[in-house]
Design a protein around this ligand. Structure first.
Ligand code: ADP
Ligand code: MG
Length: 309
């Protein structure tokens, strides 16, 4: 494109809240044949709310198969109070929702003696001498705790599109808490417009398969195009994998986790309300944080190049 056309395109973009970092990016965007959306904070608001607290039955069959041993029974309030205490040091949106939810229920949240983030899996904390785990199945399995007794509850919540988290107290499965997020206005329309153009639409997330598919269904993304349970450090590999057959992908994301994937994509697009790290790694920033502006970015690129042909 001529410098003049590029200038016009960049200006039109800026007027629509679509910031291109350079003329070369403006030219590249029209070639995008695949758009990979991050889920949380990109297709969804990223403002989680605590929706469910479940205390699991405290009874279990003793190892000898005969007598039923009474495991320490935790109430819903115990489960929530300890989960909130464990999460009180975390900035993760899932964690914030648990803490806010506990406060709204008027629970007294103790200070953790100690806590440790386990990226992509959850949190481990010590509270009043108790070891508390809050996170996904893998987190508990790695500690030798069987998540199976909670499976029915987990699956029910996940089918509703919620992120369900297991809570273990002192080495025993104690309950489940769930957070829900809302799909952004315009997400469904953005997916439809991209597909209309012949662009393949995918979703990538650290969240579990069932939750991810439920959200994909709400926005019109094919379940086969969902990559779930992708660890933060593996997101960029997943994008490289998608591009390995010559596809030109636009990655759209908001989080620190998304930055490497934004960098390797043909075009990296950051959500304006996202983290500075993501915005820095990206080629395009959507100031209005509206997924429909993804389509706008591609159309502006089209228009700019058509004018100069
Ligand atoms: P996302 O890609 O949705 O931002 P993450 O990679 O941060 O997700 O986390 C993946 C999964 O690990 C979450 O869906 C959740 O099950 C678990 N997890 C991560 N952080 C926490 C936390 N602080 N508390 C509980 N669970 C967590
Ligand atoms: Mg995100």
């Amino acid at each position: 494109a001529t410098p003049a056309a590029t200038m016009v395109g960049t200006t039109i973009g800026a007027q629509h809240g679509v910031l291109f970092k350079g003329g070369d990016i403006l030219e590249r965007a029209r070639d995008v044949d695949t758009v990979v959306f991050d889920k949380t904070g990109t297709l969804t608001e990223g403002e989680m709310e605590l929706t469910d607290v479940v205390a699991l039955d405290g009874e279990e069959t003793a190892a000898d198969g005969g007598a039923v041993a009474e495991r320490q029974r935790h109430t819903e309030d115990d489960v929530l109070r300890l989960a909130a205490a464990a999460e009180s040091g975390s900035e993760h949106p899932l964690a914030r929702a648990i803490v806010d939810g506990a406060e709204e229920r008027g629970l007294e949240i103790p200070e953790p003696d100690d806590f440790e983030n386990v990226p992509g899996h959850g949190i481990r904390a010590t509270i009043d001498g108790s070891e508390v785990l809050v996170g996904n199945r893998k987190l508990l399995e790695d500690e030798g705790i069987d998540p199976a007794p909670a499976e029915e509850t987990m699956e029910r919540l996940e089918r509703e599109g919620k992120t369900a988290m297991l809570v273990a107290i002192d080495g025993e499965l104690a309950g489940v808490v769930a957070d829900a997020d809302t799909v952004k206005e315009g997400a469904k329309e953005a997916v439809a417009a991209l597909r209309e153009r012949g662009v393949e639409v995918m979703m990538i997330t650290g969240d579990n398969e069932r939750t991810a598919r439920a959200v994909a269904e709400q926005v019109g993304i094919d379940p086969d195009n969902v990559r779930a349970e992708v660890l933060p450090e593996d997101k960029s590999d997943a994008v490289e994998q998608i591009q390995s057959d010559g596809r030109k992908a636009m990655m759209v994301g908001d989080g620190v986790n998304d930055a490497p994937a934004l960098a390797v994509a043909h075009v990296g697009t950051a959500i304006g309300s996202g983290t500075d790290v993501a915005i820095e790694a990206a080629d395009v920033t959507l100031m209005r944080s509206d997924p429909q502006d993804v389509v706008k970015a591609i159309r502006i690129s089209d228009a700019t190049l058509q004018k100069i042909k």
